[in-house]
Ligand binder design. Structure first.
Ligand code: SF4
Length: 368
């Protein structure tokens, strides 16, 4: 298949791994930002191809994983109300809140619908004028433009029964929070190619300069990731700290300008709470004042709801690259994909779920 098989060629992957081994003379720790990259690394055993001196740690780039528990509780609260049609992508439906999840609300008679596009929710609002239609808008910069388009469309049509429950988060502030933490071990980053397809990579350049850390914009297939690691290690060995683009087939420095324009119109940058990490200043999108009427938190009066995270889960440390999933005492015993304690086990892109699926037999920390 074009653009899949070429990037999974085993011989080329071995060749690239040998090139990394030749270049890497010292121990380095590199973080891949995106959960999709984490999944590919564990699924294809990329970490096991690398020299033992290189450590890959897994970043906070899984939208389900970083959505705070209190927002799940707010979604459940709204979805259970009579007269509401609650729309979400499928991956959020089985994320446990503090008491239950959206699938259980649906089983109990709530009108919870899985949709494939926020525009489906706009259509439902158009067709159900007597009901409130809410779309659960989570994710990084990648999913924000279509959600912005949906609310823009609803406003243009004068749909007063449509709203967004928003929890969009932004990658650069999370990287800065990791780099400025006293626990930080990360010396180089693989940035998420799809986020940079939308936003470009110019906003990473001040980070690379300020923290003297190489950042390589990287794709999601095995050869993408290996090439991204090679570029990152090359910079580390040479003492360089620049932003480089491995994912040239999709990413330009300036990103997608029309997408950024609709983001600027519909959203404003706000402080956001990240699950397991806490509040990071100016790290997310909320609706701009001109679109405040479409804010589900205001419409349903749930903005002030607070929920404490369970103490046992170490997902905050996993998401910051400080711990590996298998170092959590609950991994594979009290916490499994069937009975997850934390969001990094719920989501298929979560690091704990990836280790459980592909490495459940190995209860010891993976050394690479
Ligand atoms: S294994 Fe479960 S409890 Fe442990 S960090 Fe992962 S999600 Fe949290």
């Amino acid at each position: 298949m074009k653009f899949i098989d070429e990037y999974r060629d085993a011989a080329r992957a071995q060749e690239c791994a040998r090139a990394i081994a030749r270049v890497a003379t010292r121990p380095w720790t590199i973080m891949e930002i995106c959960g999709g990259q984490t999944h590919a690394i564990i699924k294809f055993g990329i970490d096991e191809l690398l020299p033992r001196t290189l450590t890959l740690v897994h970043g906070p780039g899984c939208p389900v994983c970083v959505t705070p528990l209190e927002l799940i509780d707010k979604a459940i609260d709204i979805a259970a109300r009579p007269g509401v049609i609650f729309c979400s992508f499928g991956d959020m439906l089985r994320v446990p809140g503090s008491q239950t999840d959206l699938l259980a609300v649906k089983a109990g008679g709530g009108d919870v619908r899985m949709v494939y596009s926020p525009l489906e929710a706009v259509r439902l609002a158009r067709e159900n004028a007597a009901r409130e239609v809410v779309f659960f808008a989570v994710g990084f910069e990648t999913t924000a433009p279509p959600n912005a388009m949906a609310v823009h469309q609803a406003k243009r049509e004068g749909l007063r029964n449509f709203s967004l429950l928003v929890s969009h988060v932004l990658v650069p502030p999370a990287m800065e929070a990791i780099l400025s933490s006293p626990q930080n071990q990360v010396q180089g980053f693989l940035a998420a190619g799809h986020v940079c397809t939308v936003m470009g990579y110019h906003e990473y350049e001040p980070l690379a300069a300020r923290y003297h850390v190489p950042i390589v914009v990287t794709g999601f297939e095995p050869l993408d990731i290996l090439q991204g690691i090679l570029m990152c290690v090359g910079q580390l060995e040479a003492g360089r700290a620049e932003v480089e683009n491995q994912y040239t087939r999709s990413v330009r420095r300036e990103g997608n300008q029309p997408a950024q324009q609709i983001l600027r119109e519909v959203f404003r940058v706000v402080d956001r709470s990240w699950r397991g990490i806490g509040v990071i200043a100016r790290s997310g999108f909320g609706l701009a004042e001109a679109y405040a009427d479409f804010d589900a938190e205001r419409r349903f009066g749930v903005a002030d709801r607070r929920t404490a995270e369970p103490g046992e889960c170490l997902s905050g440390l996993v998401l910051q690259g400080v711990r590996k999933p298998v170092e959590c005492p609950a991994f594979g015993t009290r916490c499994t994909p069937e009975h997850p304690l934390g969001a990094t086990m719920v989501s298929s892109e979560g690091a704990c779920a990836a280790y459980h699926r592909y490495r459940a037999w190995n209860r010891n920390p993976i050394s690479v």
